[in-house]
Write a protein that binds this ligand. Structure first.
Ligand code: BES
Ligand code: ZN
Ligand code: ZN
Length: 501
């Protein structure tokens, strides 16, 4: 599917040749200069006249009238050299691949050095290309009798490189593609309706993923969950016809099981709110309440492909949150696996309950560092909007590593505080150790602090993706619907991980 070749052969036949162009270019360099001279200086002329757009993400198509082997040239605008970045390149290429489906391309050929400058080297550019290819061509098939699929799929990508490093470029391209495909798997899980992705289905998916990559898999069924005393997960599941699952995947990349990173993802397959029932508008879309689980599974797919020398345990508590004569109720007091008792004031604050037992179980499996990812609160949307993930921590150094990974992935997050008074609020129940909903002020912080109670002194970061896990808009790197957010950040975090001394 991927070919990396040295030096462009101008005579070879291609459906299209894709070239990056910068704004304010006065003289063309390298392969582009050569191409320009073969086309009698037209490229420079069309750039000057604006017929080829060098503006950020501008896409222009030019016919070559058989002057070279390629039939058409596609120009991707990269903006000014100064502002050029990996992130901009990903987005520009994503946009190109999205337009490719209407162009009915089956192959695309890139002149890699035209997508590089001092900010982005050829390995970064190849990674961006692989990632944008996977993410930009993603479609959720859906369930129409005529599926939502592109008319044609691109079957091969060819990159022409100028330097000696064809192997490294090919590896970077594949790694980028692996990252993008991890995101796409997360997207598909989130886009799948609740009736087609129950806790049992999620467990089957994890089992298959584990089988493919040789992870150790443990799927706890209801009886085992009861025996282990996971009263918080059981309470949320109590009103459901579907039994819960606690899903564990272990990846051991070091000789010994130490410095273990625990990834915990909220896996609520549908959230009605329970007796604290959501409104008829608020309930729509709650099939996506397993976005945290999807991010963790997407990251595990990337880890399975790349096999970094790290140890990871992924834990996913999964159930739906339903109503029935048997469902848990506000005022109930439940006992979590940790022994901590919880007064339930709001059955719609169910995510923190299932995460409580999952965090305890991740520690039981040896997690020394924790990140949980969850569509936890509407409050984080009020605080940060729909483009920024809310981040919370009990450990500055661990948070720094997570933040670095999110910068590198281009998945923005912003820290919100948990001060002593906030911790006191989640401990404010008169009759139990904790209270799952201490009032509507600072929702997102209350959710985080509640989960943090179970991390205790283990370095922990909580990522609230309620605002970022789905989008209503089509964007450069994908369609509306699930974004697959945090799959890439988590995988990068694992790849780059350094134990805290
Ligand atoms: N799954 C929701 C959070 C959510 C809201 C995700 C909107 C995506 C979009 C969560 O379980 C929830 O209902 N949270 C409540 C907490 C409250 C009852 C303390 C919320 O944020 O309103
Ligand atoms: Zn809820
Ligand atoms: Zn929820």
């Amino acid at each position: 599917m991927f070919n990396v070749k040295k030096e462009l052969d101008f005579a070879s036949q291609h459906e299209c040749l894709v070239i990056g162009v910068f704004q304010k270019t006065t003289n063309l360099k390298g392969t582009l200069a050569e191409l320009d001279s073969r086309l009698d200086g037209y490229i420079m002329e069309l750039l000057k006249s604006g017929d080829i757009s060098a503006k950020k993400k501008g896409i222009s198509k030019v016919h070559t009238f058989n002057k070279i082997g390629a039939k058409r040239l596609y120009f991707v605008g990269l903006g000014t050299e100064k502002e050029f970045s990996f992130e901009l390149l990903r987005e520009a290429l994503g946009r190109l691949f999205k337009s490719a489906s209407s162009e009915r391309w089956t192959e695309a050929t890139f002149v890699l050095d035209t997508f590089t400058n001092e900010n982005v080297d050829s390995l970064d550019a190849a990674h961006a290309l692989g990632e944008a290819f996977a993410m930009g061509t993603y479609q959720f098939e859906g369930y129409k009798q005529k599926p939502n699929l592109p008319e044609k799929n691109i079957e091969s990508l060819t990159l022409y490189v100028t330097g000696p490093e064809t192997d490294e470029v090919e590896a970077a391209l594949s790694v980028g593609y692996v990252y993008g495909m991890g995101v796409n798997s997360a997207r598909t899980l989130v886009n799948t309706p609740g009736n087609m992705l129950t806790a049992k289905d999620m467990a089957t998916y994890a089992q298959e993923l584990g089988g493919k990559y040789g992870f150790e898999v443990e799927i706890l069924e209801k009886e085992q969950i009861e025996n282990l005393g996971m009263g918080a997960l059981l309470a949320v599941n109590q009103g459901s016809e579907e039994p819960p699952r606690m899903i564990v995947l272990k990846y051991q990349g070091k000789e010994t099981w130490e410095n273990v990173i625990g990834l915990v993802g909220k896996g609520i397959t549908f959230d009605t709110g329970g007796y604290s029932l959501k409104t008829k508008m608020g309930i729509v879309g709650m099939k996506t309440d397993m976005g945290g689980a999807a991010a963790v599974l997407g990251a595990m797919q990337i880890i399975g492909e790349l096999k970094p020398e790290q140890n990871v345990v992924a834990v996913i508590p999964s159930t739906d949150n339903m109503i029935s004569g048997n469902a848990f109720k506000p005022d109930d007091v439940i006992t979590s696996m940790s022994g901590k008792t919880i007064e339930v004031l709001n059955t719609d604050a169910e995510g923190r309950l299932v995460l409580a037992d999952a965090i305890t179980y991740a520690k039981f499996h040896g997690a020394n560092y924790l990140v949980d990812v969850a569509t936890l609160t509407g409050g984080v949307i009020t605080a940060l909007g729909l483009n920024t993930t809310g981040a919370f921590t009990n450990n500055e150094s661990w948070f720094e590593q997570v933040l670095e990974a999110s910068y590198e992935a281009g998945e923005p997050m912003w820290r919100l505080p948990i001060f002593e008074k906030d911790w006191e609020r989640v401990r404010s129940s008169k009759i139990a150790d904790l209270n799952n909903s201490p009032g509507s002020e600072g929702h997102a912080i209350m959710g985080a602090a509640f989960v943090g109670e179970f991390a205790e002194s283990t370095p922990w970061v909580h990522l609230d993706i309620a605002g970022t896990s789905v989008t209503k808009q089509n964007h450069d790197l994908g369609p509306s619907g699930a974004t697959g957010v945090m799959a890439r950040t988590l995988a990068l975090l694992i790849e780059r991980f350094e134990p805290i001394s």
